[in-house]
Design a binder for this molecule. Structure first.
Ligand code: EPU
Length: 445
């Protein structure tokens, strides 16, 4: 569904330094070794927090990540009137949405994060009314919300858009429909809208990303009647009310994948535990094809490198295909593989723009439309680069960790939206990385 562009958006050249800018100073070339415990998934935490609006009873989520996007979602919930108790060090949050006084998400919060739009479905379901601006978030493509609003319309809502603000209202009724695209958050929003609607809803072409399944399990724990009734088909029998519950979030497969890939690109040996290895099947298969040694246990994965890497081709695809979120980190790894790798980014048209930063570090990559050709191996050298968005940021940090010499990675607030204790975890693996408030001098390698 991504729109093809002639060429990816060019990464702007690093600009003058704002004194308060937060960046990472990385001394590369050190193989990462060790074990990291993985926390709950960002992309599960955000929809589950939105789902707490479906009941007036308190809901507690355990294993929540300590990331900036959590705090943005908390602000959204508090703005609407929910009481929130958040203990980041205990990775626990309780939301009581008894006195919801607003049905409207403010612009400032919506601009910060795409997942802010996820409160639309629950508000519409419980109060028959919801309004939110077109959401912002990572600049990785056009990212429309037509799948969300079409789903609401199928359920009987009237949806209007004025000045880029969506308003939905009406009493919802169960319906059968097919999503135009298996949008991840679109499926989540529509399921949340359907759980309190009278009658049976059957949604075809639904997203089956693991985080969607986690949301479904949480909604079931709240008393919703939901079943997967076919490939990509979900059936929701509306109930009159949902109740509070306590639920432990699924682990973050994208965080785990990032650390494993960081281990591989630095020629190290990294284990991620407290994960579901099955969630990373497509990525591990490609790693093995590239010559990386992969071992797995019930709740852990380990990667190590003891020989040269081979080029592999990748096409991103909705789950269980190769995840778009790990395309940038994997493409970065492929700069160190022997031969020519071809990457097709089919989900988000803006997720190849980061190659400009990889080139600054010495990578040899050509991009045409949504296809990148990576030729390797090329030695990487320290430079000043930037985190264009969350996953691109993680990818350039990986490249900097593998590069010879010192690098500065700017705009790391993007990375910290989605990776909790990022530098602490990398330090625990032996990385030489520090957070700086100003741009340090870079000594060319
Ligand atoms: N799309 C439409 N219409 C819609 C919705 C999506 O055309 O109404 C298109 C998009 O433009 C895109 C494709 O469908 O080309 C996929 O978008 P999708 O809606 O599936 O993605 P999303 O829900 O916006 C979530 C994650 C992303 C992750 C994608 C794909 C959350 C909060 N975000 O986004 O995570 O990349 O699914 O799995 O769950 C990240 O964590 O860094 C991140 C961007």
């Amino acid at each position: 569904m991504a729109v093809a562009l002639e060429s990816p958006p060019a990464a702007p050249a690093p600009a003058a330094v704002a004194p308060s800018e937060r960046c990472y100073h990385v001394h590369g070339g050190v193989p990462l070794r060790g074990e990291i415990a993985i926390r709950g998934a960002k992309n599960a935490a955000l929809p589950l927090l939105a789902a707490t609006l479906l009941t007036e009873e308190p809901c507690t989520l355990e294993n929540v990540p300590d990331i900036a996007d959590m705090r943005t979602m908390i602000e959204v919930l508090q703005h609407l009137g929910a009481q929130v108790e958040y203990d980041p060090s205990a990775h626990r949050i309780t939301v009581e949405a008894r006195d919801i006084r607003s049905r409207t998400t403010p612009f400032e919060l919506a601009l910060r994060m795409r997942a802010s739009f996820l409160v639309m479905g629950p508000l519409l379901a419980r109060f028959g009314q919801a309004s939110a601006p077109r959401p912002g978030g990572c600049a990785i493509g056009a990212r429309p919300v037509d799948v969300h609003s079409q789903g609401f319309i199928h359920l009987g809502a009237q949806v209007a858009t004025v000045d880029d603000r969506f308003s939905a209202s009406g009493e919802l009724r169960g319906a059968r429909f097919i999503l135009d695209y298996p949008s991840h958050t679109g499926t989540e929003n529509v399921i949340m809208a359907a759980v309190l609607a009278e009658g049976l809803t059957v949604i075809d072409n639904a997203s089956i990303e693991p985080e969607v399944l986690d949301l479904v399990d949480f909604l079931r724990a709240m008393g919703a009647r939901i079943a997967w009734t076919g490939p990509g088909r979900i059936s929701v029998q509306g109930v009159s009310r949902l109740h509070g519950t306590t639920y432990r979030l699924m682990p973050d497969r994208l965080e785990a994948g990032t650390y494993l890939l960081a281990g591989a690109i630095t020629g190290g040996d990294v284990t991620t535990r407290d994960i579901v290895p099955e969630h990373l099947r497509a990525v591990m298969a490609k790693l093995e094809e590239a010559g990386v040694r992969v071992r797995e246990g019930g709740d852990w994965l380990q990667v190590s490198v003891d020989g040269p890497l081979r080029a592999v081709d990748i096409t991103t695809y909705p789950y269980p295909g190769f995840p778009t979120d790990l395309q940038q980190p994997f493409s970065t790894l492929l700069t160190q593989a022997e031969g020519e790798s071809v990457i097709h980014e089919t989900i988000f048209e803006g997720r190849l723009g980061f190659v400009e930063d990889l080139r600054r570090l010495g990578a040899d990559i050509d991009v045409t439309g949504q296809t990148a050709v990576v030729r390797g191996p090329t030695p990487l050298r320290g430079s000043t680069v930037q985190a264009l968005n969350l996953r691109a940021g993680a990818a350039v940090v990986m490249a900097a960790l593998a590069a010879h010499g010192d690098s500065v990675v700017r705009h790391v607030h993007h990375v910290e939206r989605g990776y909790g204790a990022f530098t602490e975890n990398l330090l625990a693996l032996g990385a030489q990385i520090e957070v700086a408030d100003q741009l340090p001098e870079v000594t060319p390698a």
